[in-house]
Ligand binder design. Structure first.
Ligand code: COA
Ligand code: AMP
Length: 647
């Protein structure tokens, strides 16, 4: 196979850009770096002596918050809208201009500093989809504090794990978030997480929200607390605005935890310089968005999509970002997305395929679309999980604008493969994330690391080092874990953990993970961490958790357990207790509901659980009985148990 040198499908501007990014990375990325305001401009792009994944723009100093806010105000664009907040849950709509947002960020940065937060200190941000989430992130960036945002759907235990790993001095939170039919009170979760963790936190700053009970004062007054609980509004009001400080290009901007193969999440570290350059470049070249355009990433600030494309990239580019608190359906109907596009004249919408499948399920004929004018929409970008061809066709036929599947990961922070609408729109192929983005040199490797030179043959997708700017600098606190997770499997490459193939036109098809990571509604989960939780139950002897096919969410977690000898627990009771245990330890986001209780798990003679075979049986796929199976009759027991749980 001609490897990723692209091909007859294009031959134009895209191919030219990709080739230049690989053959002259220094020139390519220094050009891109000119889109950022540096305090000390870098004299070269790649530091060959830096960390192996690539250390970008050595010698350069900058401030990301300045680039996202101040420079637009100084350029006379202070009155332009930076952020639109639309809560379908409360009906609130707020517009903040660049000047407004700068004012609030500078004040909150001052409040953090007044509470002892210095450069390099970590701040955990545990906030729902409200403007304060964006403000808190940019305030940290302004003073060089390293934020770590934790998604609201995680339980207190998961928050505690992140506190213990990042060791923040301050947590920024709110009284709560709003889910359909349910208020999620954050303050009790924070209190519980603090009790479970090792005590690095000295201050909690909490934003009170109307109609959600709980305030900092309620917790400050509790006897025995060693943590200061402060009210956000008070702290912001009395703070002196903080100026942006100069940071080295490779100073950390944030840590974002993501699921790996073990129960312990990995803290992905992002830098300042490479990140600002790559994201700013991506807005024009991938999404074709510039100053004044309205860009809406319907995700959550707790995920990488939210970090990159709700907060940083649109603001770096001087565009308008939308922060939407609501769902694609039910808040109040399946026209919610089209209503937001219409109300704010959104140019580009970015969401997960699950959201589109949810809309399709409720409104298969797109009747709601007729109630709104979505002519402002020039493209729909999807990521987070594979875009199945059926959903692609449905959206493509209904929306009359390009529907672009693009592939990326928390680790990369921006797209690895995409159809780069700002450079050259290539023909779309359903099921493919199109072509490698400039800067990414992709290879398909066999299990020994040898390139697979056959078109259409699946293998491990790997990226030749160095990675482009904007990708991970490392794993927080563990150079060893960074290396063992990504770099040692295929020396000279970054192992993505995904499998797939190229076709003859150089289009990449990402088919699935090669590890125990699963993707539920675009949310990344580790089956290993779910298994750890199931084994906490005193009746459980052994268990396996697998990602099985789900019509709506792409995948869902299904648990298979065996009981300890002598256990007499009722199976229905056990299943309910296991579901509750996962909700308590991991959180509602795991959406764990499927439990199958077996006498024995299918295993090989050497004791390895036959996960693939179990998954194939659950998904109704063809399978062959592995020759190494300990006892083939266990598979019949499994099928019986599955049909019993269906009926
Ligand atoms: N805080 C607290 N709980 C949350 C939460 C948050 N921020 N986000 C989700 N949850 C809860 C939900 O309320 C639900 O709880 P429940 O079991 O009590 O009903 C549970 O976590 C599972 O949520 P989810 O998987 O989102 O399912 P859902 O049925 O609520 O919604 C969709 C289904 C398809 C509408 C929804 O998954 C969706 O919009 N997906 C888009 C995916 C996305 O944005 N991915 C981000 C990457 S781009
Ligand atoms: P996350 O780190 O949560 O963004 O999840 C990254 C993982 O989601 C990837 O490694 C893939 O397994 C999957 N993924 C994301 N986008 C796509 C896509 N467009 N096509 C296929 N898989 C995807």
């Amino acid at each position: 196979m001609e490897k990723v040198t692209m091909n007859g499908a294009s031959g134009g501007a895209y191919q030219e850009a990709w080739r230049r990014s690989i053959s002259s990375p220094d020139d390519f990325w220094l050009d891109a770096a000119a889109g950022i305001d540096w305090i000390t401009p870098p004299s070269k792009a790649l530091d060959a002596d830096g960390p192996v994944t690539g250390s970008w723009f050595p010698g350069g100093t900058l401030n990301t918050s300045y680039n996202a806010l101040d420079r637009h105000v100084l350029a006379g664009r202070g009155s332009h809208t930076a952020l639109i907040y639309d809560s379908a849950m409360t009906g609130t709509r707020i517009r903040l201009s660049y000047l407004d947002l700068l004012g609030r960020v500078a004040k909150f940065a001052g409040a953090l500093r007044a509470n002892g937060v210095g450069t390099g200190d970590r701040v955990i941000i545990y906030l729902p989809m409200i403007p304060e989430a964006v403000i808190a992130m940019l305030a940290c960036a302004r003073i060089g504090a390293v934020h770590s945002v934790v998604f609201g759907g995680f339980a207190a235990t998961e928050l505690a794990v992140r506190i213990d790993d990042a060791r923040p001095s301050v947590i920024v939170t709110a009284s709560g978030g709003l889910e359909p039919g349910r208020v999620v009170e954050y303050l009790p979760l924070v209190e519980k997480a603090l009790a479970l963790s090792q005590g690095s936190v000295h201050t909690v700053i909490a934003r009170s929200r109307e109609s959600i009970p709980g305030s900092a004062a309620d917790y400050q007054d509790r006897s025995g607390t060693t943590v200061h609980w402060l009210d956000w509004a008070d702290e912001e009001a009395k703070a002196a605005p903080a100026d942006p400080i100069a940071l080295r290009s490779d100073d950390p901007l944030y840590i974002l935890y993501t699921s790996g193969t073990t129960g312990k999440p990995k803290g992905i570290i992002r830098d300042n310089g490479g990140h600002a350059v790559a994201l700013n470049w991506s807005m024009r070249n991938v999404y074709n968005v510039g100053p004044g355009d309205v860009f809406w990433a319907a995700s959550d600030v707790g995920w990488v999509v939210g970090h990159s494309y709700i907060v940083y990239a649109p603001l770096l580019a001087g565009a308008t970002t939308v922060i939407y608190e609501g769902k694609p359906i039910g808040t109040p109907n399946a026209g919610a997305f089209w209503r937001v596009v219409d109300d704010y004249k959104v140019k580009v919408l970015f969401t997960a395929p699950t959201a589109i499948r949810a809309i399709r399920r409720v409104d298969p004929d797109l009747l709601e679309l007729k109630n709104h004018d979505v002519s402002s929409l020039t493209s729909l970008f999807l990521a987070g999980e594979r875009l199945d061809p059926e959903t692609f066709h449905w959206a493509n036929d209904g929306l009359h604008c390009p529907v672009v599947d693009h592939w990326w990961q928390t680790e990369t922070g921006w797209a690895i493969c995409a159809n780069l609408l700002g450079i050259e729109e290539l023909p779309t192929k359903p099921g493919s994330a199109t072509v490698p983005v400039p800067g990414y040199d992709i290879a398909i490797l066999d299990s020994k690391g040898k390139p697979i030179d056959k078109v259409g043959k699946d293998g491990n997708i790997a990226i030749r080092l160095p990675l482009p700017p904007g990708t991970l600098l490392g794993v927080w606190g563990s150079a060893e874990r960074f290396a063992s997770s990504y770099l040692t499997a295929f020396p000279g490459y970054y192992a993505t953990g995904d499998s797939g193939h190229f076709d003859a036109d150089g289009y990449l098809f990402v088919m699935g993970r090669t590890d125990d990571v699963i993707n539920v509604a675009g949310h990344r989960l580790s089956t290993g961490s779910l298994e750890e939780v199931l084994t906490l139950h005193p009746a459980v002897a052994e268990c396996a958790v697998l990602g099985v096919h789900d019509q709506l969410k792409g995948q869902r977690a299904a648990g298979f357990v065996t009981l300890k000898a002598g256990s007499t627990i009722d199976h229905g009771v056990l299943a309910a207790e296991l579901v509750a245990l996962v909700r308590e330890h991991v959180g509602p986001v795991a959406a764990f509901r499927d439990v199958t209780i077996l006498d024995r798990l299918p295993k090989t003679r050497s004791g390895k659980i036959l996960r693939k075979t179990i998954r194939q049986i659950v998904d109704g796929e063809e399978y062959s009985v592995p020759p190494t199976i300990e006892d083939p009759t266990v598979l019949d027991d499994l099928k019986r148990a599955l049909s019993a749980s269906v009926s």
